[in-house]
Write a protein that binds this ligand. Structure first.
Ligand SMILES: NC(=O)c1ccc[n+]([C@@H]2O[C@H](COP(=O)([O-])OP(=O)(O)OC[C@H]3O[C@@H](n4cnc5c(N)ncnc54)[C@H](O)[C@@H]3O)[C@@H](O)[C@H]2O)c1
Length: 342
């Protein structure tokens, strides 16, 4: 297949494109490039045969014509960036995602894989959440995922099969690293300061998935007959990687030498707390075999951070924290208030 990966110059996309290419597909990337130069270590093979420099709000039918599938990753990708300007999150994450789905239909692209998120479940004490659980989005980011799923699902028909990958919180190394996701962040504190200081009691639960496994799940969804994943939502992850934040910190301290963990009293200001069930993806997509777990992921990050010499300045800088990089582009008038390049 010829597969367009939007958001290919981000944390997940940089890891995903070579994996999709290795699965035998021709891969086109489409991205506006907010984090293009934010690279730790070597970029490695991209697997791309074409790069389309485009904002997702301005994608045209001609950009997509000739492709067989779209994996739509491009987004303002975390909760704090959503709060920066909720209107912008809606424009980029929701409106553009629905528009691209419409363009896919227009040019005869039958497969649309959407990077949704388990954060749509928000906060819940209801035990392990299945895909039928009630949504409880806590942020503009999570609401954009709920709204996109609803609107794109309504476009499904005999010629168009969207699939909604509700990814757990990603972890693991990517050359376009993110340090604003929890496992990568706590490992970064440990490596650069020998301390992991939680600002809460760390009892909140969070489902986690390695960035490579996220990519393998998309590859598996492309490989199976369309009917199997037609208009389906799938939680992407594994039960064993539902972690309490404090256990992540403790695992980091077991792996990074001379690391001390401290906790504060009370719950976190980030009120996401949920435990997710992954039995549907095992049933619907048995071809997806996760290869990572959190411990292995922390070991990978530890090696990568020490080999690439991630120091305190880079750890605290803008390159690997999405909100800081966007703020830098705004402050230096590289982009306007709507995040279009100037
Ligand atoms: N990382 C996670 O923990 C996680 C978890 C669940 C779901 N997801 C979803 O996976 C996707 C990828 O996440 P990520 O962690 O790689 O994020 P990221 O911020 O690293 O990458 C997002 C990419 O999208 C691009 N982009 C943003 N706005 C754009 C626009 N207007 N036009 C064109 N390109 C634009 C950025 O330049 C960037 O390359 C997102 O949709 C995210 O919501 C991520």
């Amino acid at each position: 297949m010829r597969v367009v990966v939007t958001g290919n110059l981000g944390y997940v996309g940089t890891v995903m494109t070579p994996i999709i290419a290795a699965a035998g597909h021709e891969v086109w990337g489409l991205d506006t490039g907010y984090y293009r130069g934010c690279i730790l270590g070597d970029l490695g093979e991209t697997g791309l045969s074409r790069q389309i420099d485009r904002d997702v709000r301005r994608v045209t039918a001609e950009d997509l014509r000739g492709a067989d599938a779209v994996i739509h990753l491009a987004a303002l990708s975390n909760d704090p960036t959503g709060e920066l300007n909720p209107g912008l999150t809606s424009d980029i994450n929701y409106e553009a995602s629905v528009r691209i789905a419409g363009l896919c239909k227009q040019v005869g692209i039958s497969r649309y894989i959407f990077a949704s998120s388990c954060s749509i479940y928000g906060q819940s004490d209801a035990g392990a959440l299945t895909e039928d659980a009630e949504f409880n989005p806590q942020t503009a980011y999570a609401r954009s995922k709920v709204d996109t799923e609803a609107a794109v699902s309504a476009l499904a028909d005999d010629e168009f099969s969207p699939t909604f990958m509700r990814n757990a919180t990603a972890y693991g190394f990517s050359p376009r690293l993110r340090l604003d996701v929890v496992v990568n962040n706590l490992t970064g504190w440990a490596v650069t300061t020998n301390q992991v200081r939680l600002l809460s009691d760390g009892r909140a639960w969070r489902p986690l998935v390695h960035v490579e496994d996220m990519s393998y799940a998309c590859a598996a969804a492309l490989a199976v007959p369309r009917e199997r994943v037609h208009n389906e939502a799938l939680n992407v992850g594994r039960e064993e990687d539902n972690y309490q934040i404090r256990s992540i910190a403790e695992t980091v301290a077991e792996i990074v030498p001379n690391c001390v963990v401290t906790f504060a009293e009370g719950a976190s200001a980030d009120n996401r707390n949920y435990n997710v069930c992954f039995s549907k993806i095992r049933r619907v997509l048995p071809e997806f075999e996760p290869r990572w777990n959190v411990r292995k992921g922390i070991e990978q990050l530890y090696r990568a951070y020490t080999e690439t010499d991630l120091n305190g300045d880079r750890f605290g800088g803008r390159e690997f924290t999405r909100l800081k990089q966007l703020q830098h582009l705004l402050d230096t008038t590289r982009v306007n208030d709507s995040l279009y390049w100037l």
